[in-house]
Design a protein around this ligand. Structure first.
Ligand code: BES
Ligand code: ZN
Ligand code: ZN
Length: 486
């Protein structure tokens, strides 16, 4: 899908379908030409409400305000309603307040996110027919924004959404196809982007690095583990962002086996890995002035004669010994070793993304990502950007008492807490043991267990993977690069 802008008036554009937003129920606006028909159909122009007048080839969508998230929701609802028609081209005006770039970016993101389809396993494919979207700078309320600024906003919005969809594709792919080896292959292909390199390490490297926790999780799988390290390094990079992603290509729970219903959708347990690969793809395509690393610990958590067991004691890369209380708390074991490795890259920011705990979904609900860490400033800064990106976040606070629940009588730590309450936080505090002191204030732990995989479509997310974590982090880096440029 190609999104373009034009200075022409909307009436002058040839397109199969026109999209019109009704802002704050204002049916009197000049763009609303079918008031009678809409009234007859009982359309109230509530936020997210859609009315497709197919004979007239106009689709109306309600938006409560010109807030960028309203624009995103309306744009995605509109494209979603027409994505199975034979329309090849669509036109729409510009809906902005004082900062047109923000909403043009939001609109382009939503067109691409909303029209996403995953048809890899369908015998009869029905690919999207819409090839062109024309946005007329003929503004809803204000004088026309400059065309170069509009084009830049659309370009960035397109990259952000495509990076998110790239993550969705990996997550939606079956565990039989998206193995650690395939994930590594997908990462390797990012080398086609300028300034991106990728190294893939096998089990021998993990042994040399004493990654005993990561290796134990892999033991029952017939597929070897991979540590994937992608680097985007532009010239004169100003800072180093190191991302770490949980890449469990399948989580059966191991010997502490998951019940049947909870196992379904565990192909998405590499959602953190997919997100960090999406982030680095986006950062490189936008050509951000930062060095960005994406480190992925990729393995299955399977069962078999050689499976690691509850009661085992593992030794992580930094020498910490871990008693196993539950083999289903495997993500933190893989991340423990990957975080030790990540710290060696001397990050300015260290961020891990993981579908880490069911407890996080209980705490915040299925739409919200948890942000944890020691620095309130860092947490707030990411959460503000998440807000602008349309991703929902909430913070879960660490405390000294929950940390004590991870004690083990025979090892340095247990991999599960002694109480079941606060499980998302204790998982985060477990990871804290693998972030060396001088990096603690630079570290964020992001639990995407809730929004990463969508059971029932919401907002601009279809059923299946959402690509959670990609947009908030790209917005965050863009935001910082703007501050530094001033
Ligand atoms: N991958 C799961 C967490 C998860 C649950 C992600 C639901 C997405 C949706 C993780 O490995 C896990 O199983 N965690 C356990 C930890 C427990 C044993 C302490 C959990 O949350 O139950
Ligand atoms: Zn698990
Ligand atoms: Zn898991």
């Amino acid at each position: 899908m190609k999104i373009e802008v034009t200075k022409k008036r909307i009436e002058e554009i040839e397109a199969d379908i026109e999209i019109v937003f009704i802002v704050d129920k204002n049916f009197d606006h000049k763009s609303v030409k079918d008031r009678e028909a809409l009234e007859f159909l009982g359309f109230k122009a509530e936020s997210e409400e859609v009315c497709f007048l197919s004979e007239k080839r106009v689709i109306y969508v309600g938006v409560a305000s010109l807030d960028s998230e309203e624009i995103r929701l309306a744009s995605s609802k509109a494209i979603n309603a027409i994505k199975n028609t034979n329309a090849k081209s669509v036109k729409i005006g510009t809906y902005t307040d004082d900062c047109p770039g923000v909403n043009l970016k939001a609109m382009s993101e939503a067109f691409i996110l909303g029209s996403y389809k995953f048809e890899k396993y369908k015998t009869k494919k029905n690919p999207l027919k819409i090839k062109n979207v024309t946005i007329c700078l003929d503004d809803y309320s204000n004088p026309n924004p400059p065309i170069s600024m509009a084009q830049k906003a659309i370009k960035i919005g397109t990259i952000i959404a495509n990076s998110t969809n790239f993550a969705k594709d990996m997550i939606n792919t079956t565990p039989y196809d998206m193995t650690p080896l395939e994930l590594a292959q997908t990462a390797q292909e990012l080398e086609s982007i300028e300034d991106v390199t990728c190294k893939v390490y096998d089990e021998k490297f993990l042994e040399e690095q004493n990654m005993g926790a990561f290796l134990a999780v892999n033991r029952a799988s017939h597929i070897p583990p991979r540590l994937i390290h992608v680097v985007y390094k532009p010239k004169n990079a100003q800072k180093r962002f190191v991302y770490v992603g949980k890449g469990l290509t399948y989580d059966t729970g191991g010997l502490s086996l998951k019940p049947g219903n909870s196992m379904v959708s565990m192909k998405s347990d590499m959602g953190g890995a997919a997100a960090v690969l999406g982030i680095i793809k986006g950062a490189a395509e936008i050509a951000l002035p930062y060095e960005v690393h994406a480190i992925v610990g990729a393995t299955e958590n399977a069962i078999g004669p050689d499976a690691y067991k509850p009661d085992d004691v593992l030794v992580a890369k930094n020498g910490t010994t871990i008693e196993i209380g539950n083999t289903d708390a495997e993500g933190r074991l893989v991340l423990a070793d990957c975080l030790c490795y990540a710290v060696e890259q001397k990050p300015d920011y260290l961020i891990d993304l993981a579908t880490l705990t069911g407890a996080c979904v209980v705490a915040l609900g299925e739409y919200t990502t948890a942000v944890m860490g020691h620095s309130s400033e860092l947490k707030n800064s990411l959460m503000n950007s998440a807000d602008s990106s349309g991703e929902l976040t909430g913070t879960l606070p660490f405390n000294r008492y929950l940390k004590k629940q991870l004690k083990s009588p025979i090892a340095d730590l247990n991999n599960i807490a002694s109480s079941r309450y606060g499980g998302a936080i204790t998982a985060g505090m477990f990871l804290d043991n693998f972030v060396a002191d001088e990096f603690k204030e630079k570290w964020l732990h992001i639990d995407i267990a809730g929004p990463s995989f969508v059971d029932k479509a919401w907002g601009y997310n279809q059923q299946g993977a959402s690509g959670a974590g990609v947009r908030m982090n790209l917005y965050w880096m863009i935001e910082q690069s703007k501050k530094e440029a001033v």
